[in-house]
Ligand binder design. Structure first.
Ligand code: 2F8
Ligand code: CA
Length: 125
């Protein structure tokens, strides 16, 4: 069987959606994924974006600011390039403290937000 119980198969990946009502900071979310031998989800296609809409809420994704202010890095070390799914008006670094990226299932788009905010999360491996 391709994915562990409780995980959902999507393309060649297995994905884990955090339980409804649970929320963590970006770092805590990433740690939770790593403890599941996974990492926060990487979204490079519209299909992946649509998949994450299965989450019940706003979720952290595996994207955060790099060394440079205008550089965004995926958790696998690659730079954000190509398709971006920022919400209208984002990214805005509101208050100058928004270094992590969340996905809103309501707008199906990304927003930069403070890493210490707590949201749901999605892991993949
Ligand atoms: O209006 C967009 C704006 O909404 C909030 O700030 C008021 C978000 N802040 C948090 O999620 C903490 C901003 O990131 C977002 O840009
Ligand atoms: Ca923002």
């Amino acid at each position: 069987k391709p994915c562990h119980q409780g995980w959902i198969q999507f393309n060649n990946k297995c994905c884990y959606l955090s339980a409804a009502g649970e929320s963590k900071t970006w770092e805590e979310s990433r740690k939770d994924c790593q403890e599941r031998e996974a990492d926060l989800v990487i979204i490079t296609t519209k299909a992946e974006l649509e998949f994450v809409k299965r989450s019940s809420s706003v979720t952290w994704i595996g994207l955060s600011r790099g060394e440079q202010q205008d550089e965004w890095k995926w958790v696998n070390g690659t730079n954000l390039e190509g398709t971006r799914f920022w919400e209208d008006g984002e990214l805005n670094n509101n208050g100058g403290i928004e270094d992590c990226v969340e996905f809103s299932r309501f707008t199906a788009a990304w927003n930069d937000a403070p890493c210490d905010e707590t949201f749901s999360w999605v892991c993949e491996h």
